[in-house]
Design a protein. Structure first.
Length: 158
């Protein structure tokens, strides 16, 4: 599972002329799912996103998480958008291959699970795009701060 996490001043996603999700200061999370991903990867990634210390503290150092900001009473949140192209392979030629991206039925269930887990961890709803739709994503990247988080599925222990 991969997440491209951007610290934003604001972000929104629009589908067919209708805003489906919007967040002020906080995080925009573009989420990609691969075939072997399970609930364990979704849980790990939701915890990591919530606790990622990329917001400035009183001294201006990146030392606060989204959880820290919410605990202080700041108006902060996360917007999550599905993005299968995070698994685009470009090693051969110039046309990306998406064979590593999970099939929609698998990816959508884990995308929704990630959103649920993140909302539970943050203690507030998490706005989203529309899975599988053509979306217009608008954002003001704050910093800019952009990180790629990834957790590969681990085989079950015998």
């Amino acid at each position: 599972m991969r997440a491209l996490v951007q610290r934003v001043s604001e972000a929104s996603v629009t589908v067919d002329g209708r805003v489906t999700g919007r967040v002020g200061a906080g995080l925009l999370v573009l989420l990609g799912v691969t075939h072997a991903d399970t609930d364990a990867e979704a849980r790990w990634l939701a915890e990591k996103v919530a606790a990622l210390r990329i917001f400035p503290d009183d001294d201006g150092k990146m030392n606060r998480s989204l959880l820290d900001r919410l605990a202080r009473g700041d108006d902060a949140g996360a917007l999550v958008v599905s993005q299968f192209t995070l698994y685009g392979a470009t090693a051969k030629g110039t046309r990306p291959s998406f064979v590593d991206a999970a099939r929609p039925e698998h990816a959508e269930a884990l995308y929704e699970r990630f959103v649920t887990l993140l909302a539970e961890r943050l203690g507030r709803p998490v706005p989203t795009g529309v899975f599988g739709a053509m979306m217009d994503v608008a954002l003001v990247n704050d910093g800019p701060v952009t990180l790629l988080l990834e957790r590969e599925a681990r085989p079950p222990t015998p």
